[in-house]
Design a protein around this ligand. Structure first.
Ligand code: SAM
Ligand code: DTB
Ligand code: SF4
Length: 338
């Protein structure tokens, strides 16, 4: 078993991984995990919604889309002081990265200086900074980078051939364009998707294929399990088999060996055993703190207890920063003889 960094994955290859016996898939993913990471370390990020609700987009999963009447109360952009207070709490609780989310289709140019001020303030605390603000122009990406933004989160969300069923107000290509602006500005990318939206296994493979075949693997890959929110079109979708979720994590680990694979939305509804399986399958990052953007996340005490039970520990920032840019040892392709 060995892993190489590839950008030419075919969907059938990913499907073949999904179809392996569960134990074999986990073994392969766990083997790849050890080639680039200490499997006892988990990167810890905290999220804050700095501008909530009232979004004009129609993403079928999202409680913040104005048109769905989900009960999320719209709130305007927070003050830097209020964001800073939350970032200090996150740092005190043990987070190493702080991610600021805004329910925008894309920021207006006049928003950028306000967000830049938040980024500078959070970075001065010694935290890594991340933002997710919707689509960015090249100029906006450069301005955020200049303010000290380390990561930009922008998800592909789902396979290109399922995307049109989920979002109608922007194209898959728009997402690729934003990611390219982010990379060109010299920021790290955080890019993943959501499963459990009624997609097929082939489409889950298609999402991971699209992620792995980006010009550079995302530094962080959030794998979200749909949080079903009443009022959204996807409320009532059949639940994904938990083992299929673990398979998705394992395949993500195999095809993006150097990336942080993050157990993201949906963790609150998972038992400790399911999360442990995901860590065994190569997940090595979580969102930490009682809230995601508008929905719940496990209590910090529960997460700390889980880490203690599993012998896991928070990843130091220098490991995070070095991983994707470490020298790559070229080794034979995954799936070839062990
Ligand atoms: N408005 C910006 C955008 O869409 O890029 C940034 C915030 S948006 C809420 C960030 C990501 O959260 C989405 O791309 C989606 O992957 C994830 N997300 C939103 N609602 C979710 C839900 N109900 N379940 C799981 N993931 C969700
Ligand atoms: C990501 O992939 N998941 C996070 C973060 N990036 C911004 C957001 C999850 C949102 C879940 C629904 C909510 O809390 O509103
Ligand atoms: Fe708006 Fe982002 Fe939600 Fe889509 S995912 S509705 S763009 S906040």
């Amino acid at each position: 078993m060995s892993a190489t960094i590839r950008h030419d994955w075919r969907r059938e290859e990913l499907l073949a991984l999904f179809e392996l016996p569960f134990t074999e898939l986990l073994h392969r993913a766990a083997s790849v995990h050890r080639q680039y990471f200490d499997p006892a370390e988990v990167q810890v990020s905290t999220l804050l919604s700095v501008k909530t609700g009232g979004c004009p987009e129609d993403c079928a999963y999202c409680p913040q889309a104005q048109r769905y009447h989900t009960g999320v109360e719209a709130q305007k952009l927070m003050s830097t002081e209020a964001v800073l207070a939350k970032a200090k709490q996150a740092r005190a609780a043990g987070a190493s990265r702080f991610c600021m989310g805004a329910a925008w289709r894309s920021p207006k140019d006049r928003d950028i200086p306000k967000v830049a001020e938040m980024i500078r303030a959070v970075k001065a605390l010694g935290l890594e900074t991340c933002a997710t603000l919707g689509m960015l122009s090249g100029e906006q990406a450069h301005a955020l980078k200049a303010a000290g933004l380390d990561y930009y989160n922008h998800n592909l969300d789902t396979a290109p051939d399922f995307y049109g069923e989920i979002v109608h107000t922007r194209e898959f290509q728009d997402r690729l364009d934003t990611l390219s602006h982010v990379r060109d500005a010299g920021m790290k990318t955080c890019c993943g998707g959501i499963v459990g939206m009624g997609e097929t296994r082939e489409q889950r493979a298609g999402l991971l294929q699209a992620l792995a075949n980006l010009p550079a693997h995302p530094d962080s890959v959030p794998i979200n399990r749909l949080v079903q929110v009443a009022g959204t079109p996807l409320h009532g979708t059949a639940e994904l088999d938990p083992f299929e979720f673990v398979r998705t994590v394992a395949v993500a680990r195999i095809v993006m060996p150097q990336s942080m694979v993050r157990l993201s939305a949906g963790r609150e509804g998972m038992g400790d055993e399911l999360q442990a399986l995901c860590f065994a399958a190569g997940a090595n990052s979580i969102f930490y703190g009682e809230k995601l953007l508008t929905t719940g996340n496990p209590d910090t005490e529960r997460d700390m207890a889980l880490f203690a039970r599993l012998g896991l520990r928070p990843m130091p920032v220098e490991v995070e920063a070095g991983t994707v840019h470490a020298d790559i040892v070229e080794v034979p392709a995954c799936g070839q003889a062990a």
